[in-house]
Design a protein around this ligand. Structure first.
Ligand code: DC
Length: 224
């Protein structure tokens, strides 16, 4: 008999807190976690390591299709291996963020990663974190959340993270960068960042992480 799998999609722009909340929710519910952004990041890193020109769509799609990756979830922080090398921190570098955003706009790359993303859906359930989880990858998911916050609020959170790391940054530049990225993500022709028509929109601008967590957990538990 096949076991019931509960699918929960969490989409939203960068800096909305999706990553942190997805991890917390997956842990609380004992569900698997798909960090789909990591797959685009790994594709970008693997392509660069193979000296592939990122403008060569077919070559990058081929890399995406043949990625040898492993997620080690045995500790609190997921460790990501590419061809058995730990790339957990390497894929978060700024150069890789830019490269990932470029390759994520290629339809053949998105198609190449589709089956891999769907394979994460195993019992008892999955928290799928990304941009097109509810619209393209898991359109039939019973629970769809779209987490957002104003560009200013997201910039403020990022500012605090960077200051805590000892970096000096100009907050107004962060706001501008976030607005530019939102613009690119929502206006691209392939899988643009838009809420699914049946998604619950969560605007976390004036909410604490605990409030957002409780609201999301409640919404999920009502469904399951
Ligand atoms: O969430 P993130 O910053 O790790 O995502 C990396 C890049 O991949 C970012 O440019 C958005 C893109 N992305 C996407 O297009 N679709 C997804 N499902 C997840 C991420």
């Amino acid at each position: 008999m096949s076991k019931k799998i509960t699918l929960v999609t969490i989409d939203g722009p960068s800096g909305s807190g999706k990553g942190t909340l997805s991890q917390l929710l997956a842990k609380k519910l004992g569900f698997h976690l798909l960090d789909s952004g990591a797959l685009y990041r790994i594709t970008a890193l693997a392509s660069l390591q193979k000296n592939i020109d990122l403008n060569n769509v077919d070559a990058v799609a081929d890399v995406a299709l043949n990625l040898q990756i492993r997620f080690d979830v045995s500790s609190d922080k997921t460790i990501i291996f590419l061809e058995e090398k730990n790339v957990t921190d390497a894929i978060r570098a700024e150069t890789i963020s830019m490269a990932a955003s470029k390759v994520a706009a290629y339809q053949p790359v998105r198609s190449a990663l589709l089956a891999r993303q769907r394979a994460f859906a195993t019992a008892p359930g999955l928290i799928a974190d990304g941009r097109d989880m509810g619209t393209v990858v898991f359109p039939n998911a019973p629970v769809k959340l779209f987490l957002t916050a104003s560009a200013e609020a997201r910039a403020e959170r990022r500012y605090k993270q960077l200051i805590a790391k000892g970096e000096t940054v100009d907050k107004s530049i962060l706001v501008k960068e976030i607005q530019e990225r939102d613009d690119r993500d929502t206006k691209r022709s392939v899988s643009p960042l838009v809420p699914a028509s049946d998604a619950v929109i969560v605007d976390s601008t004036s909410m604490s992480i605990e409030q957002v967590f409780d609201f999301m957990l409640n919404t999920i538990q009502k469904e399951i």
